[in-house]
Design a protein around this ligand. Structure first.
Ligand SMILES: NC(=O)c1ccc[n+]([C@@H]2O[C@H](COP(=O)([O-])OP(=O)(O)OC[C@H]3O[C@@H](n4cnc5c(N)ncnc54)[C@H](OP(=O)(O)O)[C@@H]3O)[C@@H](O)[C@H]2O)c1
Length: 452
């Protein structure tokens, strides 16, 4: 049991606490676990296995005292003492005999209400809930600060990969300019199959579903919502600005074809779904987006295969950093949760807490105002004057062409262009007019080129 600051568990005589402890002697941290699915179910045995080592290092004994779930009769493959399991999550969050709460239920409600109740009751909270933090994170951080407790969330972005703590602590003095990453393992798995085996999108998705990498309803992953929530959290932490999921432009991978991937490969690129957050050094404006991107084959992100995640951070002084690993899965995510639990437990025992700091109001740059190089491919009538008509559309919108190639495909020709850096709005206008040209028989890929 941990007592509040001002009333240390070892009394007020000024003596140091003994590091040799047993349960319920004042050094046991009683954890209330909300949710025992993929992550919670992996956290329970991890805590049980690591408890002795953690106690030896910190003097604190972690004990999962209560576990809230929906279905009491489901077999979770974990060993819990009688009476630990309950259906009443609110009672766990506010139980005066619980010192620290771990929320791994997911979604907005009831997670938001439960976390708020725990914070208001003076309990630190550890969560892996990206959806919640990307929508109402600022409100919850303010509640944590107002109540003098930690709200930690390393697991919410890129699962087992340490990213939030490096951004918050190690890179605190670094003016981070851009963070971009492969933030969703399902889509990276699908794109890897398409790139390496020539699979079409539908086939690769079906295989990912069979292997359990993709949900039956894959929308959140394949349309970029999941990566968008993570990108919003990353942007908030990296730039100290309030960015919510609704500020993130997202475009998924369901429109990417094996032909796009083949064109990219021939030109020396790999197609990845990237979450990108950058800040304009002059204005401080922040742009956050998720979309398929062509990454040069020699860029570190290009070699991240299958369901792995990686995040590439660029700063003025530090240069480039890359964080790589398992971005999801019960055990890797539980590892990140446990790291936070230990931090919060140590802080609690010292009567202290960290603070996320305040988030300034961010001016969000719309996707139209961002710029990149673009790949544009189209099938056109193979006849004189067509190339002139097509390049004329680019010129009309001030989009200059860096490279072009032409290939005969029966009666048609396939034209592939890579532009110089251009404004998104200008490229979108070019694409709209190209689609309306009579000589354009099929509009192919339109992919942003990143990382050069
Ligand atoms: N899975 C990953 O790889 C991963 C990676 C990073 C972050 N996360 C985040 O971690 C969180 C949990 O993910 P997960 O994959 O572990 O989810 P999950 O397998 O669906 O588990 C959710 C758990 O919450 C319980 N639950 C749901 N509603 C409840 C309620 N009203 N009261 C009490 N318990 C309730 C469920 O109970 P029943 O078991 O009885 O249904 C289940 O045990 C999410 O925020 C997710 O985004 C997950």
């Amino acid at each position: 049991m941990i007592e509040r600051p001002g009333n240390p568990p070892w009394g007020t005589s000024g003596r140091s606490p003994s590091l040799t402890t047993v349960a319920n002697d004042g050094k046991t941290i009683r954890i209330g676990l909300l949710g025992c699915g993929n992550v919670g179910g992996a956290l329970v045995p991890l805590v049980q296995r690591q408890a002795d080592a953690i106690e030896a290092r910190t003097g604190l004994r972690l004990d999962i005292t209560r576990v809230a779930v929906r279905n009491m009769s489901r077999d979770r493959g974990v060993t819990l003492a009688d009476g630990v399991l309950t259906r009443d999550a609110h009672a766990v969050a506010t139980d005066p005999d619980i010192d620290l709460v771990v929320e791994v239920i997911g979604g907005i409600e009831p997670a938001r209400e439960l976390i708020s109740a725990a914070l208001v009751a003076g309990k630190p909270v550890v969560t892996g809930n990206k959806e919640l933090l990307a929508n109402v994170g600022a409100e919850l951080f303010a509640t944590a600060d107002a109540n003098g407790v930690d709200l930690l969330f390393e697991a919410a972005v890129a699962g087992g990969i340490p990213l939030i703590r490096p951004l918050r602590e190690s890179l605190r003095g670094e003016p981070v300019t851009r963070v971009m990453g492969i933030l969703n393992g399902t889509t990276n798995y699908i794109l890897t199959k398409m790139s390496e085996e020539g699979a079409e999108y539908g086939e690769a998705l079906a295989e990912a579903q069979e292997l359990g990498y993709a949900e039956r309803d894959p929308t959140a992953d394949v349309e970029g919502y999941d990566a968008g929530a993570k990108a919003a959290i990353i942007a908030s932490i990296a730039f100290g600005a309030k960015v919510v999921a609704g500020d993130v432009y997202h475009e998924g991978i369901s429109g990417v074809t094996s032909a796009d991937i083949e064109v990219a490969r021939r030109l020396g690129y790999v197609v990845k779904l990237l979450g990108i957050a950058d800040r304009d050094p002059a204005t401080g404006d922040v742009a956050v987006r998720v979309h398929p991107s062509m990454v040069p084959v020699h860029h570190p992100l290009a070699s991240v295969r299958e369901s792995y995640n990686a995040v590439f951070v660029e700063g003025d002084a530090v240069g480039s950093l890359m964080f790589f690993g398992r971005g999801a899965g019960g055990a890797p995510t539980a590892s990140a949760v446990l790291g936070d639990v230990i931090d919060a437990a140590v802080n609690l025992s010292k009567g202290t807490h960290g603070t996320i700091g305040s988030f300034g109001k961010a001016t969000i740059r719309a996707i139209d105002e961002t710029s990149a190089e673009y790949l544009v491919s189209l099938d056109v009538a193979d006849q004189p004057g067509v190339l002139h008509a097509v390049t004329g559309v680019f010129a009309e919108h001030g989009v200059s062409i860096r490279a072009a190639e032409q290939e005969g495909i029966g009666a048609d020709a396939r034209l592939v262009f890579i532009t110089h850096q251009a404004r998104e709005a200008d490229v979108q206008a070019t694409v709209r007019d190209l689609r309306n040209l009579d000589v354009v028989h099929r509009f192919g890929g339109f992919i942003r080129v990143i990382g050069a």
